[in-house]
Ligand binder design. Structure first.
Ligand SMILES: NC(=O)c1ccc[n+]([C@@H]2O[C@H](COP(=O)([O-])OP(=O)(O)OC[C@H]3O[C@@H](n4cnc5c(N)ncnc54)[C@H](O)[C@@H]3O)[C@@H](O)[C@H]2O)c1
Length: 456
């Protein structure tokens, strides 16, 4: 098949899109201003933690160069610039505090967005409009409305966007999903997904203070409501405040629920009930629930989400994971690998029952063969970066295309909305609305002036 037609077909079939003029350029000439080097030139927005991990990973590939760094905090901007000098021999020529300068920079081919969740949408839409490809961190955005807008912008401007759910490029996750889809587990009636985190237990209240020197705090807040600086709401801990993020649900939830949906081959549920709150630490500073359980209803099975801050004893003695409970056995999937624990017949027992009790199990009655742990390779992020670099050249959809990131981010917001208003919700996916006015208000992104939700 003609390559252009093939690529168009790949993109259209994967995205369910109408024909759009994506494949028009000679991309080997497009990337890199100076033809001999022909490098993909990267700009990073948000340098402190994951943005930096991403950039370092991209820099492991030949044919990649960082030419622009942006952070509202001088400390991280200059520290990362110095680290790049050690890696690449020179500092990036552009060091800025205003992300719009990265977008204006015509030499930047690809942007990494490593900012807090409330700062994903605007730079992504602007980057797409400026003809740049994007690696954007998960969860895709801080509201359902933004997620939809970002998908629209990506398609309108024909950009390649990879979302930072790097499990999508870590092969053992797809192997496990293929096993679930093989039917060997029998009917799967329940999928449990959990994150039990001892490392994020509580945030003691601290008074507001002045922002640290060298921080453009107004730019850090951006479209979020204006308020005094508080250390608790700043670097890393922004995760636990609604104005900027969605708590453990949106943080870990998108990584794991993505594979519950993928393996079960389903999209968003028509019903969600999230219940939880600040049960463990009612008086600490976090706004998001330290405990949350949610049910997503699908025909013939449920997906269950369960999280706890400050408790480490997750199911199967794993802090985080996804478990598919089938009639023949259970598949357990984590970042470390996957395994299958078969169901086995047991002798009928008399009181007092003893369970689990191996002596009660009938020999030779395993319903399926066990699968001993198949370890992951631990290279998910590296492969995810490589996949995007490849797709930038081929114009095929990347492993975690924006539509995938949007769907699971929306699921995490649906859960939080249900929990916040304290009621189960029905979701009409065609219309993108709940059956509840209060919940529908929380779908919206409310931007603080002068920032405006982009029009696409
Ligand atoms: N994929 C993963 O495995 C993974 C892991 C951790 C974090 N994340 C995601 O990465 C994102 C960032 O999280 P983090 O832990 O790195 O946060 P962080 O607070 O450590 O770093 C965010 C950086 O962005 C900067 N920043 C904030 N607003 C900015 C703006 N307007 N312009 C430029 N810089 C700005 C901050 O100063 C800070 O340096 C979040 O969306 C998070 O969910 C993903």
């Amino acid at each position: 098949m003609d390559r252009r037609i093939f690529l168009k077909k790949t993109i259209i079939s994967a995205a369910g899109l109408s024909v759009t003029p994506l494949i028009h350029h000679n991309y080997s000439a497009l990337y890199g201003q100076d033809a001999p080097s022909n490098k993909i030139k990267i700009g990073l927005i948000g340098c402190r933690n994951q943005g930096w991990s991403n950039l370092k990973t991209f820099l492991q590939y030949p044919g990649v160069e960082c030419i622009s760094l942006c952070d509202v905090d001088d400390e991280w901007l200059y520290q990362r610039a110095a680290e790049i000098e050690k890696i690449a021999g020179k500092k990036p020529p552009q060091l800025v505090k205003d992300w719009r300068r990265v977008i204006d920079n015509k030499d930047v081919d690809m942007v990494i967005i490593g900012t807090p969740d409330h700062w994903h949408c605007l730079p992504l839409v602007a980057a797409c409009e400026a003809g740049k490809d994007v690696y954007v961190e998960k969860p895709l955005a801080n509201s359902i409305e933004e997620c939809d807008l970002m998908v629209k912008a990506t398609r309108k401007y024909n950009r390649i966007v990879q979302v930072g759910q790097w499990q999508r490029s870590d092969p053992h996750w797809d192997e496990a999903a293929a096993y679930v889809q093989s039917g060997k587990l029998g009917q799967v009636r329940t999928v449990k997904v959990w994150a039990y985190q001892t490392s994020k237990w509580t945030l003691p209240v601290v008074p507001d203070s002045t922002p640290p020197a060298g921080v453009d705090y107004d730019m850090w807040l951006g479209p979020a409501p204006k308020r005094h600086f508080n250390q608790n709401r700043f670097h890393y801990n922004f995760r636990f405040f609604w104005d900027y993020a969605g708590g453990l649900m949106a943080d870990w939830g998108v990584h794991l629920l993505d594979y519950a949906m993928k393996a079960m081959n389903v999209g968003l549920p028509s019903y969600v009930y999230g219940a939880g709150g600040k049960f463990g630490y009612p008086d600490d500073a976090m706004e998001t629930p330290d405990t949350l359980m949610a049910t997503y209803r699908y025909p013939g099975f449920n997906i269950i989400w369960d999280h706890a801050c400050g408790i480490g004893n997750g199911l199967f003695d794993r802090r985080e994971g996804v478990a598919f409970f089938g009639e023949n056995g259970t598949l357990l999937l984590t970042r470390q690998g996957w395994e299958v624990i078969p169901e086995q017949a047991v002798n009928s027992r008399s009181f007092p029952y003893c369970y689990p009790c191996d002596s009660e199990k009938k020999p030779n009655t395993l319903r399926i063969d066990p699968v001993a742990i198949r370890k992951g390779g631990g290279k998910g992020l590296y492969l995810h970066a490589g996949n995007l670099l490849n797709c930038i050249k081929t114009r095929e959809l990347p492993n975690c295309d924006i539509a995938i990131g949007a769907e699971v981010a929306k699921l995490s917001h649906m859960t939080n909305i249900s929990c916040r208003i304290g009621t189960a919700l029905n979701w009409d996916n065609d219309k993108g609305v709940f059956d509840n006015k209060e919940a529908n208000r929380l779908i919206k992104a409310n931007y603080r002036e002068p920032w405006k939700l982009p029009k696409v």
